[in-house]
Design a protein around this ligand. Structure first.
Ligand SMILES: Nc1ncnc2c1ncn2[C@@H]1O[C@H](COP(=O)(O)OP(=O)(O)O)[C@@H](O)[C@H]1O
Ligand SMILES: [Mg+2]
Length: 358
């Protein structure tokens, strides 16, 4: 175990979840200073499973104190990347350092520096909440006195203190996830990995969990690396790597990624979409595409242009709407596809259930 003693965040301060308004504020908070050295540095990381190339030689940096998100559909290579960075899986090629330690040559150092919440539930539900934490503390060699204090403060942080002596099998999905986060933080890691932390949870519980995650970011020196296929969640990250088929197709702040879309998104239903598309091309120089029977295109200052669009398009317009781009639009722009959340959810839940049964 490490004897390194550095200023650690006082996570016991996080004993009340944020309100929805505070959540939005925390998410909008200025991003941390990204000038410093990377806490995670990845170069050409690659992993194959037989003929499947799950991760195709990716490179990126994660800076201390940021919430860094991997956004991509099911099978994109998110978990495989996390598992390599957490030293649970050997890379086929490439290298990475975490807190300065090499993930292949200094595995125990790396493990001391990280906390991990797995994609699939990993608590022992025949034990109580506190027993689960005690077991983890023992694995990490925390002295009894320290362990007791940390467990109490972590359980308070995730609002489970009054349920600490209850069996985990009586907990809801959200409570279990919160307990896993508490466990991941018990040894005060510098980087917390959360693999699909809110998968399968209802929207309200997801929001609640995010309030914990964002409060944690405010505590200096905890870097959060998470994966998600929920577009709305990715909005809370400081930076997002969009990953598809084992490759990073874009990496930037949510705002700058949305700039890639090229303006506001206009969607209209007309009596002749092909003719309307030609007219839009001729007058505004943008290409409109057909989506589910609607005509969709992006244009700068869309709101101001709506009257002119209506004027220039001769087929009858049944409806027209303007909205700011979302990360969904970004994903479609970059990959030509949508991330299909429902499908992924169902598959993931099934997979989790199968694993638990086995
Ligand atoms: N242990 C494994 N054996 C074989 N194939 C795997 C294994 N783990 C992942 N894969 C494959 O690698 C690809 C990426 O998977 P994964 O990293 O789990 O994606 P994500 O987490 O983005 O959903 C998928 O095609 C998946 O089927
Ligand atoms: Mg995964």
């Amino acid at each position: 175990m490490t004897t390194e003693k550095q200023a650690r965040p006082d996570v016991s301060m996080l004993d009340t979840p944020l309100s929805t308004a505070e959540l939005a504020e925390a998410a909008a908070m200025a991003t941390p200073q990204f000038g410093g050295a990377a806490i995670i540095h990845v170069e050409g990381l690659r992993r194959t499973f037989g003929k499947i190339e799950a991760v195709k030689g990716i490179s990126f940096d994660v800076y201390a104190g940021e919430v860094f998100g991997f956004l991509g559909p099911n099978g994109a290579g998110k978990s495989t990347t996390i598992n390599m960075l957490c030293t649970l899986l050997k890379p086929t090629a490439g290298k990475a350092t975490l807190a300065g330690y090499d993930i292949s040559r200094e595995r125990s150092r790396v493990r001391e520096a990280i906390g991990l919440v797995f994609q699939d539930p990993s608590l022992d539900d025949r034990l109580t909440a506190d027993e689960n934490l005690r077991f983890h503390a023992a694995i990490y060699g925390l002295p009894a006195s320290v362990s007791h204090e940390r467990r109490e403060s972590m359980l308070k942080m995730v609002d489970l203190y009054d349920r600490k002596d209850h069996l985990v099998r009586t907990f809801s999905g959200g409570m279990k996830r919160r307990l896993e986060i508490a466990r991941g933080l018990l040894h005060y890691p510098r980087v917390l990995f959360l693999d699909e932390p809110t998968i399968g949870l209802d929207p309200q519980t997801r929001l609640h969990l995010w309030s914990y995650i964002l409060t944690l970011r405010q505590q200096k020196q905890i870097t959060i690396f998470l994966t998600t296929h929920y577009m709305d969640e990715a909005e809370y990250c400081n930076r997002i790597a969009v990953i598809d088929h084992g490759e990073i197709v874009a990496l930037d702040t949510p705002e700058r990624l949305k700039d890639l879309v090229g303006g506001d998104v206009i969607r209209m239903t007309t009596s002749d979409n092909a003719a309307a598309a030609r007219q839009i091309q001729a007058h505004f120089g943008v290409e409109a595409r057909q989506e589910k029977g609607d005509l969709v295109f992006e244009i700068a200052s869309g709101e101001e242009l709506v009257p002119r669009i209506v004027e220039q398009v001769t087929p009858r317009i049944a409806s027209i709407s303007v909205r700011r781009p979302t990360l969904d639009d970004v994903f479609i722009k970059l990959t030509g596809r949508e991330i299909r959340e429902e499908e992924a959810d169902t598959k993931e839940r099934l997979r989790g259930r199968m694993r638990r049964r086995m």
